[in-house]
Structures are given as C-alpha cells and as structure tokens.
Design a protein. Structure first.
Lengths: 214, 220
C-alpha cells in the first residue's frame, strides 16, 4: 500500500521556483533517500511531505488523506526532524520531551523510552543549551519519535551526529516508512532502498541502491 | 486532545524558561521603576496633582512594558526555530496561542505587582482593589491583541518597528477605558462601573476575535 503519493509537487518562494513537478510514490515500510546539492530543493520537498509547507502546485496524499486539507489529522501519523533542532534551550532534555508529550497527547513514560532510544538517558536532566550539537540533534530525533509515528521525515538527521549516526538511525527507522534527506550517499545506501535525486528543484531521477543517478 | 491542557503546558513551558533565563522580568521591572522615577521627578507633584498625573504614568509604563513582553512571546520561538516543532504537533493552534498569551500576561502581571505598589509610594496614590481590577482587566485584552500581532510580525525582520505600529492603535480603547477607571479609583471624576463594563466588553470582543484569527495566523 502506498503511504505517500505526490503528484507534480511544486513550491514557489516569490519569484523563485524552489521545487517543480516532483512525483513521488512511497510504499509502507519503504525507506527513500532524497539526494542533491545545497539548494536543490530537498528541504522544501521534505517540509511539504511533513505538512509544514503547502505545495503551490501538485497533489499530495499521505496515508490516504489529502495532505493539504487534512494535515492536522496527519500530525499523529508522521514525525519530522527539521534542519534546525528547534529545542527550548532553558529546558532540560527530559523537559523538552515532556512538553512535546503534552502537545502530542502521549503518555509521559514515552519520554524515558525516547531518551533511551536516542542514547540521552544519562543527560536527561541537562539543559538543552548545555548539550553538544550532536546531542541536540539526538534530542530532536527523540522528539520526532515520541508519538511513535509510522512515517518519519528526516532532514539531514546525520548532521553532527558523529560516527554512530548510521547505528542510531537504523534503530530509529526500523519498521517505519522513511523519507531521508542527506548529503551522505554511503548512509543513504545503507539505510534506504531507493534514492530520489533533486537538482535545481527538479527530480533528475530515482535509483536503487548503489546506482545513484549523477 | 484537551486544549486547556495544551494551553497550560505552553504557558508553563514559557514561564519555566523565563524563570531559568530571567531575560524579561528584571528588564521590565527596571523599566517600570525608571518610568516611575522619571514621572516623579519630571512633574511637579503634590497631593492635589498626583491623582491626575499618576494614571498617565501608569498607562504609559504599562503600554511600553507590554510591547516588550508580548513582542518576545513569538520572536523567541522563531529565533530558536521551535515554533514549527510546536505547530507540527496535533495541538490546536488556538490552544498554543492561548498558552503563549497566558504566559505573557503572567509576566506583565508580575511587573504590575511591582508597579502598583511603587506608584503608590512615588505618587502617594491609593493602592486599591479597584485600581488592581482595572489594570488586570486591561491586561487580558492587551495580551490577546499583543500576542496576535507578535505572532504576525514574528517572521518579519523589522518586527520591533511593526509591532507598536499595529498594536498601539488597537490598545487605545483599553488605555481610555482603563485610564478612566484608574482615575476614578484614585478619586478623580469618572464613572468607574461604566469604564470597567467597557473593559470587560473589550476583553470579550478581542479575546474572541484574536482566538479566531490565531488559528489562521499560526497555521500558515
């Protein structure tokens, strides 16, 4: 069953076309990497898929729902790790997740579980602004999995994660449908079955493992 | 999902962050004390003139402290890129807005708790329940409007300039009605009951309007 069906997705920022005519079909449990240079449109595509940004053209269906009109209903279904961690610096790691557990309406016991999955249990009571950049990224990933979403949209989650990024991400994305933007082709090949390559906002092809179109 | 729980969680988070960083309240309290000092030494005040000057100083200080307090509510979220994370949850944008407004109001009330006794000390005006009620009622509506415009301008670079331009004209009804109520409570002519009634009407009107608008402002 297709979880994501994107047809002719486009987004324009003023006069600039950030994304144009991107088609994407993703089946349940499938992992796809979105590759491309800086400014290729990866973040714009991921923000559209995460329902954080409305496409200016095209149609997007997620889990059978219209992702533009029914995007609030989809928020239970998907987790999103954005480019910036977006944490509250004065709150501890645990307090950050507790706050989002209230907003997600999930049991607070999930906070400990999420911290454990991302390996932050030992620094749970340390303020977010005292965590390293890699730890902050782990905390942002912990927030995205707090409500156990079935679809994960990850925008360069490996940024500043360090050498065990692949191990952590493998643990996080197992049994989920995943869209992952990254510059690391080796990581993409390790975690994803397919790749979508963007250039200047357009899809220049898809590829299976180890056959990334350049 | 319970919107009251969401609003309380947002307010608690904002107040906890402020308690830990102490960015806003000390600055606001200092500003208020300075405004009172300037008012005290800038005017020739005696027991007869104090009740007519003190309400003006009170509202001037409150309006400018309010602009600072409400301006930070969404600007900080934008700067740390946390607003999107909050809006990506299933929580209602109206509940999130209510929580932000609640926390900003609480910070302003803390400043008012410094200001009203200080006003009484500097100007010798009565520190009565009537004055407190008028100020608190004005704070409700001013918070709703201030937070709405703070959310609108948060994504604009010149937000510090735009916020007063948008907010001050709509705060005028609160300053007029609140001014009459406080003057009356301080012994000057004026219908206190009528002014308080107007403040309640304005509160209801603007809380409803801003709640309706907040959904669209935050959802986009």
């Amino acid at each position: 069953m297709s979880v994501i069906i994107g047809d002719g997705l486009a987004h324009r920022f003023g006069a600039e076309m950030a994304l144009e005519g991107v088609d994407l079909v993703l089946d349940s449990g499938e992992h796809i990497a979105v590759l491309g240079d800086n400014g290729a449109g990866k973040t714009t595509l991921l923000r559209i898929l995460a329902t954080a940004l409305r496409p200016t053209a095209g149609r997007l269906s997620i889990a059978g729902l219209d992702a533009v009109r029914e995007r609030r209903r989809l928020r239970h279904y998907l987790g999103y790790v954005a480019h910036a961690p977006g944490l509250y610096p004065a709150l501890s790691a645990a307090e950050n997740l507790q706050f989002f557990s209230d907003l997600q309406d999930v049991d607070r016991r999930r906070v400990d579980e999420a911290l454990d999955v991302v390996g932050l249990t030992s620094v749970a009571h340390r303020r977010a602004d005292q965590l390293s950049r890699g730890m902050q990224q782990r905390l942002a990933i912990g927030r995205a999995i707090l409500h156990e979403p079935r679809l994960l949209i990850l925008d360069e989650p490996d940024a500043s994660l360090g050498p065990d990024a692949a191990e952590l991400l493998t643990r996080v994305i197992s049994d989920k449908t995943v869209v992952l933007a990254t510059h690391d082709h080796a990581l993409a090949n390790k975690l994803c079955q397919r790749s979508l390559v963007l250039r200047h906002g357009r899809s220049v092809g898809t590829a299976t493992r180890l056959r990334v179109v350049r | 999902m319970n919107p009251f729980r969401v609003a309380l969680a947002v307010a608690r988070k904002d107040l906890r962050s402020e308690w830990r960083t102490r960015e806003l309240v000390p600055a606001l309290a200092q500003f208020i004390i300075l405004a009172l000092l300037i008012g005290n030494f800038g005017f020739q005040i005696d027991s007869r003139s104090a009740p007519s000057i003190a309400p003006g100083i009170l509202w001037l200080a409150l309006v400018f402290a309010g602009l600072v307090a409400f301006g930070r509510t969404f600007a900080a979220e934008r700067e740390q890129a946390s607003l999107e994370a909050m809006l990506m949850t299933p929580a209602s944008p109206v509940a999130i807005f209510a929580g932000k407004a609640l926390a900003a109001s609480a910070l302003l009330v803390i400043c008012e708790a410094v200001m009203l006794p200080a006003l009484s000390i500097f100007f010798g005006t009565p520190f009565s329940a009537d004055v407190i009620a008028a100020v608190l009622l004005a704070t409700v509506g001013m918070a709703a409007l201030g937070c709405l415009f703070a959310a609108i301008v948060a994504r604009i670079r010149a937000r510090e300039l735009l916020l007063p331009l948008l907010t001050l004209p709509l705060w005028i009804p609160f300053v007029i009605a609140g001014g009459v109520a406080v003057q009356s409570a301080m012994g000057l002519p004026g219908n206190y009951q009528q002014a308080i009634g107007l403040l309640i009407d304005f509160d209801i009107l603007f809380v409803v309007l801003t709640s309706l608008a907040a959904r669209f402002v935050l959802d986009e």
